[in-house]
Design a protein around this ligand. Structure first.
Ligand code: PEP
Ligand code: MN
Length: 368
């Protein structure tokens, strides 16, 4: 159940209503949007008549029951206002959200050595990425495949962060590693295979570290939002969803199937920011640019793209990794498209596309 307070409600009145609700043994959670203050009610509200709540204060505009099983993740919980995940990075804060420029995350599947990670970080930064991705702990189908360099790779990510100022996104697979990973990562990734690792979700939920929640290989949209709900319910509001392709029946020509329809569907269901990963979604580097462009057209808030200085020699996911040149070329294509859809930022793309720079300032409503 949610309570929408009138826009001129004094803070003291919101507090008074909240304490009254606490006495009814339900937990009120205040969410302050740009237009409204919404109080979400957590606990068993099945016996409560919305009119009882309505009578608590003349400042209550509306009381609504959220019928969906995901509550905090639901669009209603923020009264339709998109949430923003603001991530501090050495280069300044970067915001993931619907009313913000596209955020590009790029880097290798795995951190292999210092030279490659620092080289890739500098190159993707120059081409316009704001985040470096790279796995230290890798979820591999085969126990005999490269498992990631673990802790030493985290140190290399820290070096790349220091060298470039890029934010770092890397996966945490084990609850025991959360603190270690979070000490280097600006955003911790929960991979597709762990989307329903509920212990992991609860533990990252107990921190305030931004979490990138990838969609499970065969997860429905509701499964995925229920997993986001675990993180939100544990107290962490900083969740970004990442569509990375789902299992369908083709194994030969695509690795997964990018569910581009998830984007407009999620927009009707949730306030959370949405990222698209065309690399894992397709499995082949030649298809990544097309799907990255499709993702922008469908309204993605962010893209995650695998880039490797020598994909043929990559220790994981080489076939789907763009070369550095390939990534630079792609960014040149994405820039005008993102600008067209009002998701332009002059900072990253300005170096790569000087010709486009003057048009940036005239893009209404796009903050940089
Ligand atoms: C990855 O990002 O390298 C990864 C393993 O992704 P996913 O969990 O989507 O397969
Ligand atoms: Mn990968």
């Amino acid at each position: 159940m949610i309570i929408i307070m009138k826009s001129d409600t004094p803070a003291a009145e919101i507090e008074r209503v909240s304490s009254e609700l606490r006495r009814w043994e339900i937990t009120p959670e205040k969410s302050v949007g740009q237009q409204k203050v919404v109080i979400g009610l957590v606990g068993d509200t099945s016996e409560i008549d919305p009119r009882q709540i309505q009578n608590l204060s003349p400042f209550i505009e509306q009381v609504l029951r959220v019928k969906k099983p995901f509550k905090r993740a639901s669009k209603e919980f923020r009264y339709g206002e998109p949430s923003e995940v603001v991530v501090p990075t050495p280069n300044g804060p970067v915001t993931f959200g619907q009313n913000h420029p596209l955020v590009v995350v790029a880097g290798p599947c795995s951190v292999e050595n210092e030279e490659m990670i620092v080289e890739t970080a500098s190159a993707v930064k120059a081409a316009g990425a704001q985040f470096l991705r790279g796995g230290a702990y890798k979820p591999r189908t085969s126990p005999y495949a490269f498992q990631g360099h673990g802790e030493s790779a985290l140190e290399l990510l820290a070096k790349a962060r220091e060298a470039t100022g890029l934010g770092i996104i890397t996966e945490v697979m084990d609850t025991a590693d959360i603190e270690k990973v979070a000490s280097v990562a600006d955003v911790v990734q929960i991979g597709a295979r762990n989307m329903q690792n509920f212990s992991l979700l609860k533990k990252v939920g107990a921190t305030l570290k931004p979490v990138l929640l990838k969609r499970g290989l065969s997860a429905t949209i509701e499964d995925w939002l229920m997993s986001a709900e675990y993180i939100l319910a544990a107290g962490n509001p900083n969740v970004i969803l990442c569509e990375r392709g789902i299992r369908t029946f083709d194994k030969q020509y695509t690795r997964n199937t990018l569910d581009i329809s998830a984007l407009p569907v999620l927009r009707t269901l949730t306030h959370l920011p949405i990222m698209i990963d065309p690399s894992h979604a397709t499995g082949f580097s030649e298809f990544v640019p097309t799907m990255a462009m499709a993702a922008i057209a469908a309204g993605a808030d962010s893209l995650m793209i695998e880039v490797h200085p020598n994909p043929a020699k990559a220790l994981s996911d080489g076939p789907q990794s763009l070369t550095i040149e390939g990534f630079e070329q792609l960014m040149l294509k994405l820039a005008p498209l993102a600008q067209f859809f009002g998701r332009w930022t002059k900072i990253p793309f300005a170096t790569a596309t000087p010709n486009f720079a003057p048009r940036v300032s005239s893009t209404a409503g796009v903050s940089t």
